[in-house]
Design a protein around this ligand. Structure first.
Ligand SMILES: Cc1cc2nc3c(=O)[nH]c(=O)nc-3n(C[C@H](O)[C@H](O)[C@H](O)COP(=O)(O)O)c2cc1C
Length: 315
């Protein structure tokens, strides 16, 4: 032992941060949320994606799509409202151009959304076996044209058909990202589990509206937008808690996570992995800080494995 300090052998082992995303082994439980990190390449030089658990790419449709016209983002108290909508490069360009541009060893979750159930299934089929893609996340917050525009994730029967079709179209791991714009998240969680989802992601942004009173107009061209950021965290925690009580499949918790402690809260209420979204806009390194904060929490509390926190909320 060196004078005045503990020898290397006396230092406690760093905690085990490894996590399991519905059967996929991850370095740690922190991912970037869909739509807030593009296709991963946009963050080059700002965040090394190999240091976090992985990232969820912007939701993909069969064809490239343009989004809503501006203004489509506005700041709100403790968060933001966005109405980017379906803008993306399309599934083929994602496979041919975006995936090969990523460094080796990045865990990519491809997110899928469409306006019709059959098209969701087709996007899933095209992604089967895409290099680096470890799982698919089905974004159920897209308006379902045949139901008059309500979100797929807002009607139990429509959600069931969607998950069934996606399940039938691929053998890949399937996370279903639930819409928070529902009365009973537990019911939706059960529906997704019953149709073969391997895991759940929740929550997506919550429907909101901001008004520019000087112009007496909606702040966003689309009128309605999705609220995200710390403003929605207590709602997201409540929904993860309720979903975790309702199903056995693993949950990826999302909603206003900005620190290691926020991530801990999601793990305690039953999530086994988490995603960081809006926080990356103010600080592109936010997900790394969440990972470091998680590690510091485990060290502070003498907890050996991050998995030991999952569902550990005391009453
Ligand atoms: C600008 C923006 C774009 C988004 N695009 C998508 C998307 O394409 N697909 C999706 O499933 N979620 C999308 N989301 C929702 C986020 O993935 C996440 O579920 C939500 O923002 C809540 O997490 P947060 O509070 O950490 O941002 C988007 C969010 C923002 C802010």
């Amino acid at each position: 032992m060196t004078a005045g300090g503990a020898g290397a052998s006396d230092r406690p082992e760093p905690p085990d941060l490894s996590a399991d995303l519905c059967g996929v082994a991850l370095r740690n439980p922190v991912l970037l949320a869909s739509g807030t990190c593009g296709y991963g390449t946009e963050l080059a030089g700002l965040l090394d994606l190999r240091e976090i658990g992985g990232f969820v790419a912007k939701s993909l449709t069969l064809e490239p799509r343009a989004g809503n016209p501006p203004p489509r983002i506005t700041e709100t108290p403790a968060g933001m409202l966005n109405a980017i909508s379906l803008e993306n490069v399309g599934v083929e360009a994602f496979i041919d151009e975006k995936l090969p541009a990523l460094p080796e060893g990045v865990a990519v979750v491809a997110s899928v959304f469409e306006t019709e159930i059959e098209r969701y299934g087709e996007v899933c089929r095209r992604l089967e076996g895409a290099p680096g893609v470890v799982a698919l996340e089905i974004n159920a917050s897209c308006p379902h044209v045949k139901s008059g525009g309500i979100e797929f994730g807002q009607d139990p029967a429509v959600l069931a058909s969607l998950v069934r079709a996606c399940r039938a179209s691929t053998g890949m791991k399937l996370l279903v990202k639930l819409s928070p714009n529902v009365t009973s998240i537990a019911e939706m969680a059960r529906v997704a589990e019953g149709e073969g989802a391997d895991g759940l992601s929740l929550i997506n942004a919550m429907q909101g509206l901001a008004v520019d009173v000087e112009r007496r107009r909606p702040a966003l061209s689309n009128v309605l937008g999705g609220l995200s950021g710390p403003a929605i965290r207590p709602v997201a925690l409540r929904m993860v808690y309720q979903a975790a009580q309702a199903v056995k499949i693993p949950i990826c918790g999302i909603g206003g996570i900005t620190s290691g402690e926020d991530a801990v809260a999601f793990l305690l209420v039953g999530a086994s992995t988490v995603q960081v979204g809006t926080a990356s806009y103010a600080n592109p390194g936010a997900a790394l800080e969440v990972r470091d904060g998680l590690q510091a929490y485990l060290e502070r509390h003498g907890i050996a494995r991050v998995r030991d926190l999952v569902g550990g909320l005391l009453s």
